[in-house]
Write a protein that binds this ligand. Structure first.
Ligand code: 3EB
Length: 338
C-alpha cells in the first residue's frame, strides 16, 4: 500500500518537486500553467481565480503510475492509475440540445472504463459545465445534468444511493463540460450530513431526478493514512436554501454544515475509526463564489478559521441553485495511530 499525498503548492514549489511522483495537478486558466510543459496531467479549471496567489493542487504517490487513454465514439477519457487509485478526466464541448443524453453517455463510458480496469468504486467526482442555471425548455441545465447522471446510475446499478461518490457540480464560463474523478478498488465510507437531507432524497421540486452524490467520503489508504473528501457544501438546511441574498449568513451556515460533517462524534456514528485519529488537517479547500464582489467578506470570515489558513483556493463559479452565493469543498488528511 502506497497511499497518496495531496498538497497545495505555489508554482515555484511545483517546479521544484519530484515530478515522477505526481499523479496529476489541478489549477486554473488564470494561473497559466502550460499543460504541455509537464509529463503529468494538468487540469486547468475553466474558472477565474479570485485571490492573487496562484496555488496548484498536486496529487502525489510513491506508487508506479501508468497513463492511458480510453477511446469511444462519444469521446476520449484520459486516465492514470497506480495499484490502488485511478484518476480520469473528460473534456468535451457542451451540445445544448443533447446535453442530458451526453451526460448519461459520458457516465456510462466512465462505468465501462472502470469495469475494464477493475476500479469499481468512484470515491470523488467533479463536474464543471457552462451556464449551470440556464433554463431551456423550462428546465434548468443543472436539473438536466442530474437527470442524465441519474439515468446512467440507474442503468448501471440497481440500488445505488449508498454507493454514490462525494461530488461537486459548478457552472463555468467556458464552452466545455469537464468531468474528473478518482476511483479505487475497494470502497471507502460514505458520510451524510445530520443537518441536511441526503441530496439523493431531495423532494422532486428541485428536479425530477435527485442529485446523485454523498456529502463526503472517507478513504483509508494505508495503516497510517486516510483522506476525507467533502462534497460541495452550501447554505442548505434540510433541503431548503437559507439566507437568500445574504452572503455572510450563507457562509456561516455553510461553515456550520461543514463542521457538522467533520464532528468527531458524528464521524464515529458513520463508522469512521476516529479513536485511531492522530492528526486531522485540511489539505486543500475550494471556495466557489457567484461573483467577485463577495470575495472580501468571505475571505475575512474564513481567515478566522485557524486550521484553514493558507489552504484555500478562491474561484468564481456558479452554484447549482440560483439563490446560492457560496459553496465550499475540501480534502482533509488524516494521520492514524499505528
Ligand atoms: C447541494 O447541497 C448543493 O450535483 O453533484 C453540491 C455538491 C451540490 C454536488 C452535485 C450539487 C452537487 O445540493 C449542490
Amino acid at each position: 500500500m502506497y497511499g497518496i499525498q495531496i498538497s497545495h503548492l505555489t508554482q515555484s514549489e511545483l517546479l521544484a518537486c519530484h515530478h515522477a511522483n505526481i499523479l496529476f495537478c489541478v489549477s486554473t486558466d488564470s494561473c497559466q500553467l502550460a499543460s504541455n510543459r509537464f509529463d503529468f496531467p494538468v487540469f486547468n479549471l475553466d474558472l477565474p481565480t479570485l485571490a492573487q496567489h496562484c496555488m496548484v493542487e498536486v496529487w502525489h504517490s510513491n506508487a508506479p503510475i501508468l497513463r492511458r487513454q480510453w477511446h469511444s465514439d462519444s469521446g476520449i477519457i484520459e486516465y492514470s492509475y497506480t495499484p490502488e487509485l485511478l484518476f480520469a478526466s473528460i473534456r468535451l464541448p457542451l451540445e445544448e440540445n443533447t446535453f442530458e443524453d451526453n451526460i448519461t453517455q459520458q457516465y456510462l463510458n466512465i462505468f465501462s472504463l472502470l469495469q475494464q480496469e477493475n476500479f469499481p468504486v468512484i470515491l470523488r467526482m467533479w463536474n464543471y459545465f457552462p451556464a449551470i442555471n440556464h433554463i431551456d425548455n423550462n428546465t434548468e441545465r443543472y436539473q438536466r445534468f442530474c437527470s442524465g447522471r441519474y439515468r446512467a446510475y440507474t442503468h448501471h446499478l440497481e440500488k445505488f444511493d449508498h454507493l454514490l461518490p462525494a461530488a461537486t457540480a459548478i457552472g463555468t464560463y467556458s464552452k466545455n463540460v469537464h468531468i474528473y474523478f478518482i476511483a479505487t478498488k475497494t470502497p471507502g465510507i460514505n458520510i451524510e450530513n445530520p443537518r441536511q437531507i441526503s441530496a439523493y432524497q431531495y423532494p422532486k421540486k428541485y428536479g425530477i431526478h435527485s442529485p446523485s452524490f454523498a456529502r463526503a467520503t472517507y478513504k483509508q489508504w494505508t495503516s497510517q493514512q486516510a483522506h476525507l473528501f467533502l462534497s460541495g457544501t452550501a447554505s442548505i438546511v434540510g433541503h431548503k436554501s437559507l439566507h437568500l441574498g445574504e452572503c455572510q449568513a450563507q457562509l456561516q451556515e455553510t461553515i456550520t454544515n461543514i463542521k457538522a460533517i467533520l464532528n468527531l462524534d458524528h464521524l464515529q456514528q458513520q463508522g469512521i475509526p476516529v479513536a485511531q485519529f492522530k492528526e486531522f488537517s485540511l489539505s486543500i479547500m475550494k471556495v466557489y463564489l457567484r461573483a467577485p464582489e463577495y470575495l472580501p467578506v468571505v475571505k475575512k470570515i474564513l481567515q478566522t478559521q485557524a486550521d484553514w489558513e493558507g489552504k484555500i483556493m478562491y474561484l468564481e463559479g456558479d452554484i447549482c441553485r440560483q439563490e446560492l452565493i457560496v459553496e465550499i469543498e475540501g480534502i482533509w488528511h488524516i494521520h492514524l495511530k499505528k
